[in-house]
Write a protein that binds this ligand. Structure first.
Ligand code: PMP
Length: 414
């Protein structure tokens, strides 16, 4: 039994919380309760220390240098590539491309793969659940190539309508791009089925794993996806780093996304030959420090175990959902059967911004607004929601505090 949460769990939440310095502060005079984990989660000491150790101990540019620090930095950077290969179970290490995160990863595929393989009248399919990062790059690619963007509709609960999807697929479908889990509603999408159906018509599939990386097991070989995107900052790692996983045979056929140093083998004014994978897609000096520290985020997750993390977060979600739904003026938004620990809601007669601001005065950080999913909000007939998203360091006591605060704010504003 965990003393802090009074629930059966193999995780020692107090010990976990001790590893997160940012959690131990007061905000507006109250102990911080951080429920904005879907936007970015907090960083354990081992990640913060890795950044400090890199800058204090072996800061150097990588790959080209032959001196000791350059070799040390290169080794640390490439160690993370191997860790991320294992983290997503990629077959080859060169299938892991470092990017700034999911947004850049999707843009890379949309412009590089899209430039070569999308033709006039081809179709790209996304879902009604997507983040703007998985909408706009495809709109741009489709506009350039005169291709068509199709949207899989979603149900009232926030689930993808698979029957419609099946009918939308055809020989014209070239790319399907879907999130593994929704940032606004928490819905976990049946990606294996979505991928299988897309492959039957010869389309490639990109999975936006932004909301999955810290919570769900990732096995790109078992999923069969062609591309998988991750942001480090949503999995306890630093901001400004992430990966694109891509199948080797596809990455090899794709042109570079950016030109510059590192992505070349040989340059003359007449002709440039490009570097091998993965460096072909990593032009310029990369975000070495953050990639190095990402390795510690992977270690943090592996030490706790994804299954244990998911089990505990699911308990938090169920606990919060039950209590929120018991408040008469609260309406839950996003009630899919399979969810990560995200709960959106609206409150009758209270604007989501007002609720967010009043919760902040009580030290509670939630997100309000459209969560970069404006088309989804429009489909649901909403301007925005209040969103509470949970992480492994959150507790039931914090959820109790959230519920009590919401009730008090409702009474106050009545
Ligand atoms: N997709 C989803 C589902 C997300 O939640 C986010 C971040 N909110 C993104 C894409 C974009 O990720 P990033 O800002 O880290 O590039």
């Amino acid at each position: 039994m965990n003393p802090l949460t009074a629930i059966p769990s193999s995780l020692d939440i107090k010990k976990i919380r001790d590893q997160f310095p940012v959690l131990h502060q007061r905000v507006n005079g109250k102990p911080l309760i951080y429920f904005d984990n879907a936007a970015t989660n907090q960083k354990p000491k081992q990640v913060i220390n890795a950044l400090v150790e890199y800058y204090q101990g072996y800061n150097a540019n990588i790959h080209r240098g032959i001196h000791t620090l350059a070799e040390q930095a290169t080794k640390a950077y490439e160690t993370t590539r191997h860790s991320m290969q294992k983290f997503v179970n990629a077959e080859h290490v060169e299938e892991i491309i470092f990017t700034r995160g999911v947004t850049e990863s999707i843009n890379l595929v949309a412009s590089s793969y899209g430039r070569v393989f999308l033709k006039e009248n081809d179709e790209v399919i996304i879902s009604g659940l997507e983040h703007h990062s998985n909408i706009v790059p495809w709109q741009m690619a489709c506009e350039e190539k005169k291709a068509k963007l199709k949207i899989i509709p979603i149900t009232e609960a926030g689930e993808i309508n698979l029957d419609v999807y099946q009918n939308q697929l055809s020989a014209r479908t070239k790319i399907v791009s879907i999130n593994h889990a929704s940032n606004s509603l928490g819905t976990i999408n049946p990606i294996k089925k979505i991928i299988k159906l897309a492959h039957e018509v010869g389309a490639v599939v990109l999975i936006d794993g932004a909301q999955a990386a810290a919570h769900l097991k990732i096995d790109v070989q078992a999923f069969g996806c062609d591309f998988y995107c991750i942001s480090s900052h949503k999995m306890y790692g630093p901001t400004g780093a992430g990966i694109l996983y891509g199948k080797k045979e596809l990455l090899e056929k794709m042109p570079p996304y950016m030109g510059g140093g590192e992505m070349i083998k040989d340059v003359t004014f007449e002709k440039t030959t490009y570097n091998d994978l993965p460096y072909k897609f990593e032009a310029g000096t990369p975000n070495i420090a953050d990639v190095v520290a990402l390795n510690e985020a992977v270690n943090f997750i592996n030490e706790l175990g994804k299954d244990q993390i998911a089990e505990y977060e699911n308990e938090l979600l169920a606990y919060a959902t039950k209590q929120l739904s018991a408040i008469p003026s609260v309406k839950l938004i996003g009630t899919a059967k399979e969810k990560v620990a995200v709960q959106s809601f609206i409150i009758e007669g209270i604007h989501h911004f007002d609720m967010g601001q009043m919760l902040d005065t009580r030290g509670i950080a939630v997100r309000t607004g459209h969560h970069c999913t404006q088309p989804l909000m429009e489909r649901l007939g909403l301007e925005g929601t209040v969103r509470a998203s949970f992480s492994v360091y959150n507790t039931k006591e914090e959820i109790d505090e959230l519920i009590e605060s919401i009730k008090r704010i409702i009474n106050f504003l009545k």
